[in-house]
Design a protein around this ligand. Structure first.
Ligand code: GDP
Ligand code: MG
Length: 781
């Protein structure tokens, strides 16, 4: 048999004779499993050294025993097992006045299945020689008030003075009856120790006790009136009064070394214990503590203990009315607290951080008030009905007053939930689109909005058990739509910002590719534009924080392209046009300048092949210059050069024509020179021949003519050469050959002196016949 726990002194007497309550020790009884259970409080009171503690140790053995041990009686313990527990003592020195409690409560199941907690209470110093009457009465009264079974331990016989001690309680009882609150006290058991007298009529045990108490409480006419009254009052004071006659334990109890072992106790005493203890503690016998008819829980027991203690400490023995009032007040207080706890318990769901529909708060609150009121009214309460009704009205008002608090809390929670829902919405939208800065295509933003909207609104509805038509949801939808509007604006702003960044990217890319001064073919410019546009698009897309955006048609990209084409590209096109036009002009005029340098000096001509050669050089230079200035893609048809060539071809034709004319002029001038020289020489011929016509003379003249021809020809060629630039004659020179042919042709006229004369005389036939033998001399040049 294992005994757990120890005896705790919870009430002590101070040096000033006031009582000290060790509330902490008392509270230590309240284990979480037992604190809410109704208590059965067993107290033993009576004179010092009456064997109270000794007896309680047997109660402890019973409580610690198993069901089987209880049934078999083995709970009584071993023959040689020393009795321990509350600390009974063999010596005469007195223990301190006070109340001891076993340090733990014992859970027991009543025969009706109800769970209770059993408290064992030991009192000391009651009605002994040394304690003052006040102290003793106080301890006795206190233990009677607090217990459900008070065992009044009396040694020897039940005398009239024992009843006198109970006078005090009868006064309380009378008051209680006036209040119609049932019995104020519960079981009172007179336990007569060492019962030896008249064991024939009053045998040991419950039956003998019943007979004895019948006799003692009998009202008889010869008794003084106040004793008659006392007996009557006691009957109505305790719900149950009985008596038990204990046998003497035997004379070993007084001997040295007595340890309370069963072996040292008389069999009659053991029989009494086996009958007495289950009578008090068996499941069908245990009495639950009630005050004013209301069952008292372990928790409440401590409250009553404290309140009664205060009462008894306030001076003399308190007036019965005061005790009653204290009991009523405590009962009312506990009922109020219980109602508050019930209310709080119901309202817990509204006080949490989780908001609910406002209608639900009102509904739960109404239920909580009803439940709390029901709990309050279900309790049996002592005292003034009006006070009880007032207390109920007060807590009802108090609970009603709390409604606004809960509504406010709920509203705050609701506000928080709105914010959280809206934040969740924003997070969802940004989560599927961005880490930080929102920049997505409008369609992507709308998709993200729709998805987040659906999730958040549904989550909100589920949380509050509200529908779409409820104001709460409507409010949330308004908030979310407002956030969407602002997200759209932010997105628009960010997109626009990046659009201008992208345009800058285009411009700098174009400037890099064209060095700021585009001068190129249109197709090359277009190619550069396309690659710069791509760079701008890539730049813009890199600022986007939504990768799955590509499936959407993106108005911003369209806008970017439009903006670049309309506002940027046109500038480059215009500039390129102006630049290329200037270059074309410069190239053409450079050609003309070079041509003038080559052909235009001193109006001199050049041979035809030389002309072509020189012009080709100029053209190559011009082309080179052109290529340096205008960029053209490889393999691309070069429209600017075609245009330039058209112009320079025209110019070239003019210059060439001029050269031809100069060459023709040079030939003519040379022929003229030849003719003039030959004419001069042959002018005297007709006169000469008319007068001196002889063969010798003719031969002489012919030889002269040949000489003249050579000299004139040389002169003529010199004239021709002088008109040529650098006196240049090229092989197979067309004009030179022409000149020579023309000289030969003309020379024919100056070959035959007779012919010359005939020509002078206008008879060419004559001259021809005469000179036919002298003509073979033109092969000398
Ligand atoms: P308490 O002061 O009332 O708590 O008395 P105790 O339990 O300390 O017992 C005082 C003495 O009485 C001890 O020596 C016990 O052995 C002895 N005692 C216990 N029960 C009885 C009894 O029924 N009759 C007699 N005569 N002595 C008892
Ligand atoms: Mg004792």
């Amino acid at each position: 048999m294992v005994e757990l726990g120890r005896s705790l002194q919870v009430v002590d007497v101070n040096s000033d004779r006031s009582f000290a309550l060790d509330e902490a020790a008392l509270r230590a009884l309240l284990t979480p499993e037992l604190r809410a259970l109704p208590v059965a409080v067993l107290s033993v009171a009576g004179a010092f050294r009456g064997g109270k503690s000794f007896l309680l140790d047997f109660f402890l053995r019973y409580l610690n025993a198993s069901d089987a041990e209880r049934r078999s009686g083995a709970w009584l313990g071993g023959e040689r097992e020393p009795l321990t527990g509350f600390g009974w003592r063999a010596s005469l020195d007195r223990c301190t006045t006070g109340i001891h409690i076993w340090s733990r409560m014992f859970p027991m199941t009543l025969s009706n299945g109800e769970q209770v907690a059993v408290v064992l209470m030991d009192t000391q110093g009651t009605f002994d020689n040394e304690s003052t009457i006040g102290e003793c009465t106080t301890i006795f009264a206190l233990s009677t008030l607090l217990s459900s079974v008070q065992i009044y331990n009396i040694k020897g016989d039940l005398g009239g003075d024992n009843l006198q001690h109970l006078q005090y309680f009868t006064a309380i009882a009378r008051l209680v009856q006036d209040n119609d609150a049932g019995y104020p006290f519960q079981h009172l058991k007179f336990l007569i120790r060492d019962w030896t007298s008249d064991v024939v009529n009053y045998p040991h045990g419950a039956e003998g006790g019943r007979r004895l108490i019948e006799r003692v409480l009998q009202v008889r006419p010869e008794q003084p009136p106040q004793l008659q009254e006392l007996r009557r009052d006691l009957r109505s004071c305790f719900e149950n009064i009985d008596c038990f006659l204990m046998a003497h334990p035997g004379y070993n109890v007084g001997t040295q070394g007595f340890q309370g072992c069963l072996a040292d106790l008389q069999p009659e005493f053991r029989t009494c214990l086996l009958e007495l203890v289950p009578l008090v503690l068996a499941p069908n016998r245990l009495v639950v503590k009630r005050i004013g008819g209301q069952k008292v829980t372990a928790d409440e027991f401590i409250h009553y203990f404290k309140n009664y203690m205060d009462l008894f400490n306030s001076g003399n023995l308190p007036e019965p009315a005061t005790i009653l009032q204290a009991a009523a007040e405590t009962g009312l207080l506990l009922a109020t607290e219980a109602a508050r706890a019930e209310f709080a318990n119901h309202m817990e769901q509204c006080a949490g951080a989780r908001p609910m529909a406002p209608a639900a708060v009102r509904r739960i609150h109404a239920q909580a008030v009803a439940a709390a009121r029901e709990l309050f009214t279900a309790r049996r309460l002592m005292g003034n009905r009006q006070n009880i009704d007032q207390a109920l009205a007060r807590i009802t008002t108090e609970f009603e007053g709390r409604l606004q608090d809960f509504i406010t809390i709920n509203e705050a929670n609701m506000g928080k939930a709105y914010n959280e829902a809206v934040n969740q919405y924003v997070e969802l939208v940004l989560g599927t689109t961005a880490e930080t800065r929102l920049c997505v295509g409008p369609a992507a933003l709308e998709d993200a909005h729709n998805a987040a909207y659906a999730t958040v609104v549904q989550g909100f509805k589920d949380m509050f058990e509200v529908t779409s038509s409820d104001n709460e949801t409507k409010q949330l939808i308004r908030d979310i739509n407002a956030r969407y509007t602002s997200l759209v604006q932010i997105n628009e702003m960010n997109n626009s910002g990046h659009l201008s960044g992208a345009v800058n990217e285009y411009v700098s890319e174009m400037n890099r590719q064209t060095e700021g001064q585009p001068c190129m073919s249109t197709s090359l410019l277009n190619a550069k534009h396309a690659s710069a546009l791509q760079a701008a698009m890539d730049f813009f897309k890199s600022k986007r924080n939504h990768s799955s955006d590509s499936s959407h048609c993106d108005s911003y990209l369209e806008r970017l392209e439009r903006d670049i084409v309309n506002n940027q590209l046109v500038n480059y096109v215009r500039l390129n046009k102006a630049n290329t036009a200037a270059v074309v002009m410069a190239v053409v005029s450079n050609y003309k300048d070079r041509m003038a340098q080559v052909f235009g000096m001193h109006m001199k001509c050049v041979p035809p092949r030389k002309f072509v050669e020189k012009e080709r050089d100029v053209r190559v230079q011009t082309r080179k210059m052109y290529q340096e200035k205008i960029e053209v893609a490889e393999g691309e048809p070069d429209s600017h050069w075609v245009e330039i060539e058209r112009t320079i071809d025209q110019h070239c034709a003019q210059v060439q024509e001029n050269n031809v004319e100069l060459n023709i002029g040079a030939v003519n001038a040379a022929i003229e020179q030849y003719r003039k020289l030959m004419d001069n020489k042959t002018e005297p011929y007709p006169a000469l021949l008319r007068w001196v016509l002889s063969p010798a003379r003719l031969i002489q003249l012919s030889l002269d003519l040949r000489r003249y021809h050579q000299a004139s020809k040389t002169e003529a060629i010199a004239v021709f050469k002088a008109r040529r630039r650098d006196e240049l004659i090229e092989p197979n020179d067309y004009y030179y050959e022409d000149l020579k042919a023309k000289i030969i042709e003309l020379h024919k006229r100056y070959k035959n002196p007779l012919q010359i004369m005939a020509i002078e005389l206008s008879n060419p036939l004559l001259g021809h016949d005469v000179m036919s033998g002298l003509n073979n001399d033109d092969s000398d040049d």
